[in-house]
Design a protein around this ligand. Structure first.
Ligand code: ADP
Ligand code: ASP
Ligand code: MG
Length: 398
């Protein structure tokens, strides 16, 4: 059986007309003799709208109830797309997480996929041309609905492809993976082939073109992800093993992570066990922190790190539990930052990347810098973003 998993994102299914357009793309592949499993996100900005609605009810929605709400978005798009495919004369069936047996862990809002009901999916695929499966959602062993975190439909698609041994194609409103988000830098170049490690770093540092966990899964199972445009036939990009890519520039791309806050926790007694507890709690709560620094003033410890602004309340609630009973500790936020990162496997062997980075950024007041084996990141004020992106693009020919 020739079969493929394709994923269409929210902007690709934002209206009835766009859903019919996606059905036409699917028809082309059916005519080439393929069976298809289609993973879709909610229509347009549906998920944003649902979150906004929940926040109008309460500033801190219960995670289980939030997932109950958010999973409705994908159920709308799968049914409509399946109807569209049927209206073209093909056999199609839509499936939600329950029906496809998408089992996940129990952490609401950030669940991880454990397994699919492969037998049921393959049996249904035999008697249909297309199965249209909800992205982003799953069920626990107890039958609770979960979601995989924002942008998680990419992960649903790659995990399905890995489980079934099919190829995976991800379609969105851009024609592939670019050196920089083409919305921020319209002159960005398309990257034909990008390694898992670079894409993982780009995605976790803010390039939302792919959900970072989808890249992790692709790497683990050796799946090549094709990323292309829903709206054109232009050749897209491939995410694949680095060893298959012959040319490696020292810097492949630049990612921007928006809405960053720098958090300072001051007046902590000099007791490193408290620091251990702090970061254990942060991890337990699934809070993603970065750019950590610890200063010992002699009398106290001061910890600082970055976090996405919208997690401030969540963080504060977690910290209160860790520092309960410690009178003096204090939390201060500085907001309005972005994290800009350059990424490239070539950094492992190339030298002088840091020198070029600081040369490009010489007019920009950098607050903090961190590095990994294949990335350099800096925290800058929002207002410097356009200038910094331009300077980095020029320096590294992105
Ligand atoms: P979908 O709804 O189809 O999942 P997303 O909005 O999640 O699509 O992801 C596509 C968007 O990712 C593009 O519109 C683009 O603005 C953004 N993006 C960020 N970084 C990059 C990059 N390096 N290359 C391509 N697109 C990027
Ligand atoms: N609809 C979900 C979101 O907006 C999942 C996705 O788009 O991948 O985050
Ligand atoms: Mg997405």
């Amino acid at each position: 059986m020739k079969a493929v998993v394709q994923k269409y994102g929210g902007s690709s299914v934002a209206s009835a007309e766009k859903i019919l357009n996606v059905a036409r793309q699917i028809e082309k592949k059916i005519k080439k003799g393929y069976k298809l499993i289609i993973v879709v996100s909610a229509m347009g900005k549906t998920t944003d709208g649902l979150i906004k609605l929940a926040k109008e009810i309460t500033s801190n929605p219960n995670p289980r109830e939030l997932d109950m709400l958010l999973t409705t978005g994908e159920q709308i798009s799968v049914s409509l797309l399946s109807m569209a495919i049927q209206s073209f004369g093909y056999k199609s069936k839509s499936l939600n997480a329950f029906q496809a047996g998408i089992k996940t862990t129990e952490n609401f809002n950030e669940a991880k996929i454990k397994s699919f009901n492969k037998k049921r999916i393959l049996t249904l695929l035999k008697s249909n041309d297309v199965l249209v499966v909800t992205g982003f959602q799953g069920i626990t062993d107890e039958g609770e609905l979960t979601t995989l975190g924002r942008g998680g439909s990419d992960t649903s698609a790659v995990a399905l492809a890995a489980a079934l041994g099919f190829n995976c194609e991800i379609y969105s409103d851009v024609a592939g993976i670019y050196t920089i988000d083409p919305r921020l830098h319209p002159g960005a170049k398309k990257i034909k082939n990008i390694s898992y490690d670079e894409m993982l770093e780009m995605a976790s540092l803010g390039a939302k073109v792919l959900h970072s966990r989808s890249v992790e899964i692709a790497k683990k199972f050796g799946i090549t992800i094709y990323c292309g445009s829903t709206f054109s036939d232009e050749e897209g990009s491939y995410v694949m093993a680095g060893s298959k890519i012959i040319e490696q520039p020292s810097v492949t791309g630049c990612s921007i992570m928006e809405n960053q806050a720098q958090v300072f926790i001051k007046n902590i007694p000099v007791d490193y066990n408290l620091i251990k507890k702090l970061f254990e709690k942060v991890a337990l709560e699934g809070l993603n922190v970065d750019m950590i620094s610890i200063i010992n003033t002699g009398n106290n410890l001061e910890v600082s790190f970055t976090i996405v602004e919208e997690k401030k309340k969540h963080l504060e609630a977690a910290l209160k539990k860790v520092f309960r009973g410690l009178g003096k500790w204090q939390i201060v936020y500085h907001t309005g930052f972005v994290k800009l990162s350059v990424v490239g496997i070539g950094m492992r062997s190339g030298i002088g990347v840091a020198a070029s980075f600081f040369k490009a950024m010489k007019k920009i007041p950098i607050k903090l810098v961190t590095t990994s084996e294949i990335a350099i990141s800096c925290l800058i004020e929002n207002q410097y973003k356009p200038e910094a992106v331009k300077a980095i693009a020029r320096e590294f020919k992105l």
